[in-house]
Design a protein around this ligand. Sequence first.
Ligand SMILES: [Zn+2]
Length: 300
Amino acid sequence: MEDDMQTPGPGCRGLLPLFLFGLLLLFPAGCSSDPFLHKKGRNCLKLEPGRREGRINGTLVYLTTPAGAGGEVTGTDRKTVIEPLLSMTPRLKRPLRTIVIDPGHGGREIGAPGTLHQEKELNLALARKLRAELEKRGCRVIMTRDDDRFLPLNARGDLPGERDADLFLSIHHNSARDKTVSGAEIYLLTPDGVPSTNDPADSRPPAVPQAARSLWNDMILAREIQSRLIEKSGLPDRGIRFARFRVLVRSACPALLVEAGFISNPEEEKKLADPAAQQRTAEAIADGVDAFRNRAKIGG
Ligand SMILES: [Zn+2]
């Protein structure tokens, strides 16, 4: 019924630009009409109503507070999760050079027990491979321990400040009562006043003073590492999470704790102890650090 369609008269034409302008106000550039979709350039974060889980270009990330029914997020999540993940530009005062690697546990503290191995051994084996990979990429590496010795948490977490380091990476392997649980996850420090990912009741201030630094860089580095770790290890993605681990609280520079897989899962334990698999994981983490360094804006 084309004949019934009215062509706008000359008076209507002037309204078209106004209409388009109105649309622009409703949907500004870079925003989507979907309140659960946050996009900027190639970065796309998808949230879900009532849930803390989101996906940034496929990688799982947790909000500190579930998204609202209409896509509302807290100011903390906007500042700590959404804005850094959409920007992916680290802000550094100087070029990244010195990295502290912290192989978790040691000595009398074995960490999680596996069937064939102890967590402390796997942590040190992976940390040594990571050191070699980071050194190949031109980084200076300091280890909190390079043998089987006990070291208090405070000594580990204080080392980056004492040695004026640029990054802190704590290496661990996970454990669960359910022996089928599997996958890799990565932690950054929980911001003030909100609960940690694995402990929704914990929104108390930590017993030690919270780091007075922004978590902008920590979140970007976590994504660079986690996406590569999942791709190279082939393990399930358990996401970027928040915790008030003492070593993260005390670190003077961006700090992450990597849980590289479940030693409590007998099948996964075999993979985690395989030197070739450890090498792939070390390369994935080092590549993540390299990408972070290359994207960084220095100064300011
Ligand atoms: Zn551990």
